[in-house]
Design a protein around this ligand. Structure first.
Ligand code: UT7
Length: 333
């Protein structure tokens, strides 16, 4: 039997560029609170959110993904035809099939790319980054476009008191490519399906189909339980990531956690005892929780507003529905 050939492997991968897209329409806390017996004060205090963005009528999830992806491509300096994989992390693409990724690849001119969606909720971007790193090192892809995108407007009930004020629309993206050293650390990831009901849908599409009604299936969340899980487990996961990367908190330039709740971010920062010089992603104030888009949106904003130094190290962590989590340290582009 002849031996099969395999792709040559590579030493490492790194993020080469980032981009983001926020819809123009701003939705204030007062607008959301009017439908859920809440207030601007309560929402700010309990979540840290001041406003979030919403898509214009007719603006789609793939429109946002293309806008963010185009900026990441431009930032990386890699032409679209060199991209060999497009990974779109999302849980709010409104079509069961086809996936969003083939359309996103086509509209961006990434005509030589394989393209798939990845459903890992608020950990979706970090899961995708881990997969991009593995695929590039294994030699199966060269340049990967990773997009985190969500249009929660389509899947949140404006009258659900536990979620209406939290979620927003947006997209963030990164180009990942080969590197002669590790620009992305080992990804620490995992899942706990026993807790699948903590963030879920109000009912399945099959149930809705049998008995159609006005309250379209929407996201529901046991907020307090998710909050307790996040505050207790995220610091432990982040610590394992730093260990796997072979660095300490002191080596970090930035910490960019999933933007779930400002109180969760504060608690994790305290638990990790992050030194003063570490810049913290606090994008939730003006963006809300955009699930798979939240880490790349915060990363791109910090790169623009705080001029994060190229070569600095950022700790990323995503966590959410599943329950699932994924985390890695990246070298900043
Ligand atoms: O992205 C995926 C991961 N997601 C997360 O990590 C989210 C984690 N959870 C959270 O961020 C928080 O649990 C929420 C922001 C969702 C809620 O905050 P909380 O401090 O956990 O509120 P709670 O559910 O414990 O409710 C506290 C009080 C209750 O009143 P009483 O019983 O103390 O009188 C609720 O009835 O706040 C009341 N309440 C509200 N009041 C005004 C609950 N929701 C609202 C609301 N507006 N929207």
């Amino acid at each position: 039997m002849p031996a099969l050939t395999s792709q040559p492997t590579r030493a490492g991968s790194r993020v080469l560029g980032t981009g983001s897209y926020r819809p123009e329409q701003i939705v204030t806390n007062d607008e959301v609170a009017a439908l859920i017996d809440s207030s601007d004060e309560w929402i700010r205090e309990r979540s840290g959110i001041i406003e979030r963005r919403r898509c214009a009528p007719g603006e789609s999830l793939t429109d946002m993904a293309v806008a963010a992806g185009a900026k990441a491509i431009a930032d990386s300096g890699i032409s679209a035809d060199r991209i060999s994989m497009v990974l779109v992390a999302t849980v709010t693409h409104p079509f069961q099939t086809p996936a969003a990724a083939p359309e996103v690849a086509f509209r961006l001119g990434a005509l030589n790319a394989a393209a798939i969606d990845l459903g890992a909720a608020c950990a979706g971007f970090c899961y995708s980054l881990g997969m991009a790193d593995s695929m590039i090192r294994a030699g199966s892809t060269e340049y990967v476009l990773v997009v985190g995108v969500e249009k929660f407007t389509d899947f949140v009930s404006p009258t659900d008191r536990g979620t209406a004020f939290i979620f927003g629309d947006g997209a963030g993206a990164a180009i990942v490519g080969p590197s002669d050293h590790a620009g992305i650390s080992p990804t620490i990831w995992g899942a706990d399906g026993e807790q699948k009901d903590l963030i879920t849908m109000s009912q399945s599409w099959s149930e809705f189909r049998l008995e159609p009604h006005d309250n379209f299936p929407h996201v529901v969340m046991s907020g307090q339980q998710v909050f307790r899980w996040a505050v207790s487990d995220v610091p432990k996961i982040a610590t394992r990531t730093l260990e796997a990367a072979g660095i300490s908190a002191n080596d970090l330039t930035a910490f960019i956690p999933h933007q779930a709740n400002m109180r969760i971010t504060d608690a994790v920062v305290r638990a990790l005892k992050l030194p003063e010089h570490v810049i913290i992603g606090r994008d939730i104030e003006t963006t809300g929780n955009t699930s798979a888009a939240s880490v790349p949106l915060a990363l791109d904003r910090l790169r623009q507003s705080d001029n994060l130094p190229s070569g600095g190290l950022a700790l990323l962590i995503g966590f959410g529905a599943g329950l699932v989590y994924a985390s890695q340290v990246i070298e900043l582009p």
